[in-house]
Design a protein around this ligand. Structure first.
Ligand code: SF4
Length: 382
């Protein structure tokens, strides 16, 4: 085990960095405005031992919900500012960390320089004693970075985006930040984090395999990435993202602690490389943005229905909402993202159509059969 070299970053009562244990975090999956359900999930995650609990906030009503939840828990709360970074000022009084996504920041208020938006977030974080996370995600990388590299290189743009934001924050004299570089492919998570840590060994890293899917596959993918990174001294906090029923969400934390314990005691289970040999189902862990709670049943039904195709090297993605669903299904052979009353079905980046929750499995089966036929005939039409 190599030692970590990261500096300290305090987030409420938890400090990340080389001289502190690796922290375990998770995220609520309920609609944030469903007050009782969200508070119940915060308590479930606290009971499971989460060091940090993230809540997604998109609207002013979500902020009101957060204000209601805050006095009822001592948990270190983190807010995900994906689509609406301007809410930072309103949420910061209630939380210990703000996460922003450089890709989303790029798209919002296009006429404003990105550094100005980052400066705003730094000013808010300073004023309310918050830390920041620069959360770079494979499905939503800043297009200026993507266009500089070959389309099959998704790692360099992610690393470059993260490094650029670190430089901006450094120039602003703000060092209470951590970085994450996430992908649904554990090999890319490993490579992206290794490359980032080679340049910035001082910056604490939040590790995660996004849309890892359901147990046990989702746990296996996550374990492979964490074993490879933590054993090299990379990673200061982890989040295991699993598609789980709401009442089981605490499992993300217990699984994370189990993986950490196994690594600390030399119980490694991974081989150095994760080779996709058969069917790969990726699904998001769901969060307050999920557009229909039928999503979790749908993800599970997709796994059951596609069992017959498990020998085929095909990736199927199931995503819970329109925020990340459209972008993060592009790389899958077949992708679904959920809307309130229908499911969008895609083949690669192309949309096939919209189907009701009752129709979607049948149509997916048709498309999967067609794809298997195309692949066995040795071609895949664009
Ligand atoms: S895809 Fe949407 S619902 Fe799923 S975790 Fe991401 S933001 Fe939440």
């Amino acid at each position: 085990m190599q030692l970590r070299k990261t500096r300290d970053v305090r987030i409420g009562s938890v400090t990340l960095g080389a001289t502190h244990p690796v922290a375990v975090q998770s995220m609520t999956a309920t609609r944030t405005q469903d007050l009782e359900a969200t508070l119940r999930q915060v308590r479930l995650l606290e009971e499971a031992g989460a060091d940090l609990i993230r809540i997604a906030i998109d609207t002013k009503n979500d902020v009101k919900a957060l204000a209601w939840i805050r006095p009822q828990t001592n948990a270190n709360l983190v807010v995900d500012l994906q689509e609406n970074y301007r809410l930072a000022e309103q949420v910061a009084p209630f939380v210990q960390k703000l996460r922003y996504n450089p890709g989303h920041l790029y798209h919002l208020e296009r006429s404003k320089p990105i550094a100005e938006k980052v400066q705003y977030l730094v000013d808010v974080a300073r004023a309310y004693d918050c830390a920041l996370r620069v959360g770079v995600n494979c499905g939503s990388v800043d297009p200026d970075k993507l266009s500089k590299y070959a389309s099959d290189d998704s790692i360099t743009p992610m690393v470059e985006s993260a490094l650029e934001h670190c430089s901006m924050l450094d120039e602003m004299g703000f060092d209470r930040y951590v970085v994450s570089l996430k992908d649904s492919d554990p090999n890319k998570v490993i490579e992206g984090n290794v490359r980032f840590a080679q340049v910035r060994p001082d910056v604490p890293l939040h590790l995660g395999v996004t849309e890892a899917g359901m147990p046990p596959d989702g746990i296996i993918k996550t374990r492979i990435a964490f074993e490879q990174l933590l054993s090299r001294g990379i990673g200061d906090t982890i989040r295991v993202s699993l598609t789980l029923p709401f009442e089981k969400k605490g499992d993300e934390v217990t699984v994370g602690r189990q993986i950490l314990d196994d690594i600390a005691n030399g119980r490694f289970r991974s081989v150095p490389k994760f080779e996709q040999t058969g069917l790969n189902i990726i699904s998001c862990p769901s969060c307050s943005r999920v557009e229909n709670e039928a999503f979790i049943d749908l993800a599970m039904s997709v796994r059951e229905m596609t069992e017959y195709a498990r020998e085929h090297r095909i990736t199927i993605a199931v995503m819970g909402c329109r925020v990340n669903g459209p972008g993060e299904t592009d790389d899958a052979d077949l992708g679904m993202w959920c809307a309130p009353s229908f499911v969008n079905l895609k083949k690669g980046p192309a949309t096939i159509g919209q189907f009701t929750y009752d129709e979607i499995l049948g149509r997916l089966r048709t498309e999967l059969d067609r794809l298997i036929e195309e692949k066995s005939a040795g071609h895949r039409p664009a």
